[in-house]
Design a protein. Structure first.
Length: 342
């Protein structure tokens, strides 16, 4: 039997909002354990667009998505959060003593005083390429995100999709790839018009090829993928050389086990109040894209605000007898000591 971990707070989700929740709780002297089904912190920023710029973080005119995660990790270091990555929370059960039992799929158990759900829109499942024979190459030569652009710059590539991700990466790789083909099921794109116009310019200049069609099957030599067969909209078949295939068809968000925890839902999001961002179950809070309330805007900035107010709500839930004071990091010796800057 796994030993039960007793903690003040369990945060489910280690994306930007979950990480900032650690900071806001830490300022109040409250420690937390973070759980995430992904193998590294960062949520969507790390998994989906680590190299994409973000322009609406206060005081940072531009900030890369992974850079934002790295900065948040640095910011929460003084509070020594405990991470449990690659673990999906399966059960959340209220106890008679106002606490909660939390169990992950790996059998890790927690006795938590409060819970914060910061799980974005749930776990993401990529829409798969669907090319015959492709499954053995997923993760090695068939990819659903770009982890390190430099690893693919000089490779022959085929990119599938018609949205911003597909066009952005096609434009990124076109200058250096010896062979680059963009494949989309129709001649209309969901991407930004400027990106489409630039793609057409590169097509005209012979820097990339565009085919209106669908993936039919992969082409292999021995145990290596060496290309993909594409069926064009006019019925013709095209054998395209490729060292790597990228499919950007979007993601299926799955709320997963959260939907079974007895929390009030509205359109697959958790209903919360706007005083402390508590769900319909006292002691369970929700911040970021997973929650909903009148006027909700799905912005990282909004999630940071929600985490700040949730921290005070959590403090009140954990220590109802304790009088709350609003202190400022610039003037509070207590907060500065917790931050290690006093």
């Amino acid at each position: 039997m796994t030993e039960c971990i007793k903690t003040e707070v369990v945060i489910i989700g280690a994306g930007p909002c979950g990480l900032f929740q650690v900071f806001e709780l830490g300022l109040l002297g409250i420690r937390a354990h973070l759980l995430d089904s992904l193998k590294s912190p960062g949520g969507q920023c790390t998994e989906l667009y680590p190299d994409k710029p973000i322009y609406d973080i206060p005081a940072l005119p531009v900030c890369g998505a992974q850079e934002l995660v790295d900065r948040l990790m640095q910011q929460i270091k003084p509070f020594e959060p405990q991470f449990h990555l690659g673990e999906e929370v399966m059960q959340v059960t209220p106890r008679d003593d106002r606490r909660f039992d939390v169990v992950t799929a790996q059998g890790t158990k927690f006795n938590a005083g409060a819970i914060v759900i910061a799980a974005g829109v749930g776990s993401f499942q990529p829409r798969r390429l669907g090319a015959a024979g492709g499954e053995p190459f997923e993760g090695s030569q068939i990819h659903y995100r770009v982890k390190s652009a430099d690893a693919y710059r000089n490779s022959s590539l085929v990119i599938f999709g018609g949205g911003d991700s597909a066009l952005d990466w096609a434009l990124e790789f076109a200058p250096t790839s010896p062979s680059l083909t963009l494949v989309h099921r129709r001649n209309e794109f969901r991407a930004a018009p400027a990106s489409v116009a630039r793609m057409r310019e590169l097509e005209t200049a012979g820097k990339l090829r565009f085919i209106e069609g669908l993936a039919e099957s992969v082409i292999t030599e021995g145990e290596r993928l060496v290309g993909v067969r594409v069926k064009a909209s006019d019925g013709t078949m095209h054998d395209l050389p490729a060292e790597h295939l990228f499919a950007f068809f979007g993601l299926h968000p799955k709320l997963g086990p959260v939907a079974e925890w007895g929390l009030e839902l509205e359109r697959k999001a958790l209903k919360v109040d706007t005083e402390k961002f508590q769900t319909s179950v006292p002691g369970i809070f929700a911040v970021g894209d997973i929650n909903t309330y009148p006027g909700k805007k799905k912005l990282i900035l909004s999630g940071f605000h929600e985490a700040a107010l949730a921290a005070f709500g959590i403090q009140s839930w954990l220590y109802p007898e304790k009088k709350q004071f609003l202190q400022y990091t610039t003037t509070s010796p207590v907060m500065q000591k917790r931050l290690g800057v006093g």
